[in-house]
Ligand binder design. Sequence first.
Ligand SMILES: Nc1ncnc2c1ncn2[C@@H]1O[C@H](COP(=O)(O)OP(=O)(O)OP(=O)(O)O)[C@@H](O)[C@H]1O
Length: 244
Amino acid sequence: MTTAAISLRQVSHRYGATTALEDLTLHIPQGEIFGLLGHNGAGKTTTVSILTTLLKATSGDASVAGHDVRDAPHEVRRAIGYLPENVAFYNDLTTVENLTFFARLSGIRHPETRIAEVLEFVGFTGHDRERVGTFSKGMRQRVGLAQALIHRPDVLFLDEPTSGLDPEGVKALRELILRVNADWGTTIFMNTHLLSEVTRTCTSIGILRSGRLVHHGSLADTVGTFPTEEALERAYFAAGSIPS
Ligand SMILES: Nc1ncnc2c1ncn2[C@@H]1O[C@H](COP(=O)(O)OP(=O)(O)OP(=O)(O)O)[C@@H](O)[C@H]1O
């Protein structure tokens, strides 16, 4: 039996009077590239925030890489990489200085070799000594991905990774996601609105509607054997009409 890399059991979350997640149960096996779809405000970032230990769910249980997010947050953080939608850097510091700062904070004492390796992996050599503040969105995304991969994580979380990227950036990101998954066996959890990318990269799909999971299935189960953006769009809107 395949081990679940990510599990949520009856997870609900409220921000004051706003219910962001309602009774979310979801198990994602190791090695999957999972795409979470949903309208603005559906609860995608809330889900990722709970799984990355940035937010404590109001109720329910969640675990990542075999560690409970509530009881073992440090173990979870050591096992994951996270690229938030707007990754923050020290803009006056260079690529290497930013990554060194992050790596030391994460407990890597001599990170030089790791940083060089990961920058090569994401194809970002040649900008090591440039200030991050001068970078385009696509370049910042690469540094963010290098940062998220510095530990060779078991599970990588990406929140709207393609937002603001040009077609070259989207293609480069897709190739990297596929390579991380293929070379390292990393499980990937991605929040996205870009249906065309989901059909090209994801092996399974979840759809959230107003905090409720209305669909979870493999790419083939969701859109058939010829996955097209049109087929996924049909499945996406059909899932929205299923009463839950
Ligand atoms: N810090 C917060 N305080 C109060 N309400 C919040 C907070 N963060 C999110 N919400 C609300 O919770 C719900 C879910 O938000 P969330 O950001 O998880 O959705 P999302 O699917 O990621 O949306 P988007 O696609 O716009 O990023 C929304 O109604 C949102 O307004």
